[in-house]
Write a protein that binds this ligand. Structure first.
Ligand SMILES: [Zn+2]
Length: 341
């Protein structure tokens, strides 16, 4: 999958220690209590203060790391600005807390902000019922359905509090940070309006989860948008990004190592999803299949509860994409959607 990527910065910083990767740009790594066990944040020198891109999960261990950073790693200069690439809790989680602790301004896109608010405001019981109906209708059942739907609205437990009054970023905006222009590029598919930042003077891209070096960003279909096609959204927006930026761009991703080889990576991701679509369509030609039936076709590993939820979303995403392309049709049999190729 990695094509011809190169990884020019091999030294991974320990948690809570900043590591310089470019002029005025530092890498911070925070732990995550998941199979994906870390997130990268990017700390930028900013006119006597600091801007940080993404914040870490809203849990006490991350707050503790931030307290150490604020006390010892910022050269006595204030954190003045927090930029959030997208609404997922490992990125947005501590933005509101940092706003309260430091007085920093928070910036995010409107689409990400709207979705974060919708999820935060969803009553727990509605979330569980809606998830049960949606995932049950795609073939998840028994213990698996109880466990996945029973997780309910975990978002609010790890995004505490939401920022109070963020500023909004849009595609085409240019942000000045320490005298440098950073262009806002927006992607979708992994989330509705994902912000990436690009500095042209040294070809630097802070990519969030939109482009990752070794794993494919999760493409999820939410119960509130059951017919969404995030695969097409994701691949189209990646190709647009690839066509705008030079191939020697140093990509600073939210997970994994900084890398060069944006073109190879985007092409590999597009190919990966094409192959997944082909595999799912071939299975649907053999006999009608549910999204749950497609899990072993798409994933060759055992899935924990969190991964099962992501995997169901990914499976529905690929089936919805095939529907949009007219390559499968669906019918509901005994309350479960079955797709035929
Ligand atoms: Zn994400």
């Amino acid at each position: 999958m990695s094509g011809t990527l190169s990884y020019p910065i091999a030294e991974v910083p320990p948690s809570g220690v900043r590591h310089r990767v470019a002029d005025g740009v530092y890498w911070l790594r925070f732990p995550l209590p998941f199979a994906l066990d870390h997130i990268n944040l990017w700390l930028l020198e900013d006119n006597g203060g600091w801007t940080v891109v993404d914040t870490g999960l809203g849990v006490r261990p991350s707050q503790k790391i931030w307290k150490g950073l604020l006390a010892e790693q910022l050269d006595g200069k204030p954190l003045t600005r927090v930029i959030v690439t997208h609404y997922h809790p490992d990125h947005l989680g501590l933005a509101g807390w940092l706003e309260q602790e430091t007085g920093a301004e928070v910036w995010i896109s409107r689409g990400e902000w709207a979705l974060a608010n919708v999820i935060c405001d969803s009553p727990e019981v509605d979330t569980i019922e809606r998830l049960r109906g949606f995932l049950g209708g795609h073939g998840l059942s028994g213990d698996d359905l109880d466990k996945v739907a029973g997780k309910g609205n975990g978002f609010r437990r790890v995004v505490q509090p939401l920022p109070s009054a963020p500023g909004f970023l849009s595609a085409g905006d240019v942000i000045t940070i320490n005298g440098d222009d950073w262009a806002v590029h927006v992607g979708c598919g992994h989330s509705p309006e994902h912000v990436c930042l690009y500095r042209d003077r040294d070809h630097l891209l802070i990519s969030g989860d939109q482009v990752l070096p070794t794993i494919s960003s999760n493409l999820n279909v939410r119960a509130a948008e059951p017919d969404a096609d995030p695969v097409t959204d994701f691949v189209d927006s990646l190709k647009a990004l690839r066509d705008k930026l030079p191939d020697d761009t140093l990509v600073l991703p939210a997970h994994g190592l900084p890398f060069r080889g944006l073109r190879a990576r985007v092409d590999a991701l597009a190919l990966h999803h094409d192959e997944q679509l082909d595999r799912v369509q071939a299975a649907c030609r053999e006999r009608p299949q549910s999204a749950f039936d497609m899990l072993p076709v798409l994933f060759d590993r055992k899935l924990d509860v969190q991964q099962l939820m992501f995997a169901m979303g990914e499976s529905i995403a690929h089936l919805n994409c095939l529907m949009q392309q007219g390559r499968v049709q669906r019918e509901q049999v005994e309350g479960i959607w079955r797709f035929r190729g």
